[in-house]
Design a protein around this ligand. Structure first.
Ligand code: DGL
Length: 262
């Protein structure tokens, strides 16, 4: 049986992971769920996040996925164990993949409030990089603003400046994009960060981990990616999602509106 990847996130963020997967592996069979009815996850309680993760993974398994990619750091941080228990198939997450990409001693992490409160990034980076100093910054305004679609709006610029300030004071050498929405902010982040600070996108580590399942890298696209074997699903606002997904995917994708509870 060929593999079917199931990726999920609260909204468009996980498309940054999907895009990296398709860039490296070509037209992979996959189902993407953006749980737009409940975005953002990052301001919710651990209990809510865990119950959402179980529900989403159950739905993905009902659709026939054979590997789950948690394209959402917040559920990875707080609900990895219950997601694995529900999945019964391999589950791949972003946090371990990102931590393995760290090379610097002074590392900043931008993430949702829930991810930062969990300490999952600090624990994982310190375990893999003894001696590293980790500075975490919660960015509660980022996801709601990104989901509104204007990635250059003044509010977002002000938020970037505010959230980067404490990391700049600490002279971090790299910054982990610890929420899958944040790669969409790379041009803005670069504007406000000193030259030489490395941005770490966990999705690149995840795609490399997928080589074991999907084989060696096949292709590298700069523009549109091959979506013909992908089913993109959301729990609300399918048209708005299409609009927001278009620049990132290089094409206007078909999007299905689904209900998770049967
Ligand atoms: N993109 C997700 C993450 O990686 C969730 C963000 C949110 O919904 O708050 O954490």
């Amino acid at each position: 049986m060929s593999s079917v990847l199931g990726l999920f996130d609260s909204g468009v963020g996980g498309l940054t992971v999907l895009r990296r997967v398709l860039e490296r592996h070509g037209p992979v069979r996959c189902i993407y769920l953006g749980d737009t009815a409940r975005v953002p996850y990052g301001c919710r309680s651990p209990e809510e996040i865990r119950s959402i993760a179980v529900e989403v993974v159950r739905w993905l398994r009902q659709q026939g996925v054979t590997t789950v990619v948690m394209a959402c750091n917040t559920t990875n941080a707080l609900a990895r164990d219950v997601a694995e228990g529900q999945a019964g198939v391999p589950v791949i997450g972003l946090i371990g993949a990102a931590s393995a990409m760290v090379r610097e001693q002074r590392v900043g992490v931008l993430a949702t409030a829930a991810t930062v409160a969990s300490g999952a990034y600090r624990t994982s980076i310190e375990a893999l990089n003894p001696g590293a100093q980790v500075f975490e910054q919660a960015c509660p305004d980022f996801v709601p603003l990104i989901e509104q679609g204007d990635l250059q709006c003044n509010q977002l610029r002000r938020a970037v400046e505010t959230y980067l300030k404490p990391l700049k004071v600490r002279s971090v050498q790299s910054v982990v994009l610890g929420c899958s929405h944040y790669p969409l902010l790379v041009p803005l982040l670069r504007e406000f960060l000193p030259e030489g600070v490395r941005l770490i996108d966990p999705a690149l580590g995840v795609t490399q981990q997928l080589d074991a399942l999907l084989g060696p890298p096949k292709t590298s696209h700069a523009g549109a990616v091959a979506l013909e074997h992908c089913r993109l699903c959301v729990t609300a606002d399918s048209e708005g999602f299409q609009d927001r997904a278009t620049p990132w995917l290089g094409q206007r994708p078909q999007v299905e509106l689904v209900q998770l509870q049967s």
